[in-house]
Design a protein around this ligand. Sequence first.
Ligand SMILES: [Zn+2]
Length: 440
Amino acid sequence: MRLHAEYAWLPGAAEPSRDVLIEVADGRFGAVTAGVPAPAGARRLPGVTLPGLANAHSHAFHRALRGRTHGGRGDFWSWREQMYAVADRLDPQRYLALARAVYAEMALAGITCVGEFHYLHHDRDGGRYADANAMSEALVAAAAQAGIRITLLDTCYLSAGVDGTPLTGAQRRFGDGDADRWAQRVDAFAPAGGHVRVGAAVHSVRAVPAAQLPVVAAWARERDAPLHLHLSEQPAENEACQAAYGRSPAELLADAGVLGPRTTAVHATHLGDTDVRLLGTSRTGVCFCPTTERDLADGIGPAPQLAAAGSPLSLGSDSHAVIDPFEEARGLELDERLRSRVRGTFTAAELLSAASRAGHEALGWSDAGGIATGQRADLVTVALDRVRTAGVPPTGVLFAAGAADVTDVLVDGRPVVTAGVHATVDVAAELGAAISAVTR
Ligand SMILES: [Zn+2]
């Protein structure tokens, strides 16, 4: 297949290149040549073509809460109660239907790979399903049916608080008892398909006692797998960690051997200088989720300090209050403007890198996220003739475009979205049906 992009944003470039001929064979890019006229038979891609975008932090079922939890007062903790009510109504069949629709919504927005931070493992009473990984299987099948890749970040979730309080109520579905039993279950999960990778996650220092952390870290290290964790999203987490261990969450994780280049800390909102240094010097990645952090009134994390210290920054839509990688990317810069009252901390190319290359790296796909020979053939084309984008220079798409301006998406060389329509999923209808099944 030969494609000819009016503009394409190539790796390392400050702005998109014009008239780029892109060869695709066996799901990979062949030659990529800028500044050449379209040859006969090449498919024309008008607008700006970007590399595949990675959503490095997702909880698919939270999509069912969109529009239900944003009004009125309340905080992260009251939102969490509503989230648990939806979790209580899910089973593998319902979760497959919901996640397929959510991942198809992501595909429409230009997301070619998702990191699913998955902790809804077990049946309602906390007992294991006949297939202990039935929920993981549902998520992996959902991604295949929606046409995107997935890194299933199987999440260790053992306690209800830093003090080791046992899981009760809806939380019983999350727990495996201890980290060894978690590891045994994950080791029994061997999903089929070239679109999936399995990684690990520590839910947070609230949910995994310090003595269990090295078990999860060793599991990921021995398998060279990505390891993700929620870090310091709320001041209350920091305070509880200090009270229990006399250390910040980042200090505790560093001491337990959790930090490092395969690790991604999600949120990292409330950090001290020592925390920033520990994350940066260990090359631990940090995933910001700007639209969720706004929605939950979490605060604004120290993104430029983390980047300067050495942490690669990626992006996630987390609770899916919004699924729009353009909004997440510009949110990194615009939220920082509100915090610092300084403009232009991150360039457009840096924001694109966070949304593409760095996200794929964080999810263990080091051969994706760039339009270059040998890389996985993921492409996202954004129209420049829409109401929002007309007159916008190609470099401006990250600040001007939204998910609805994506026209074409290729994942591993396969067309998943064409002319703004998903190849196999009636996305709005499936979302409506799947969400009504778990919110009635
Ligand atoms: Zn999360």
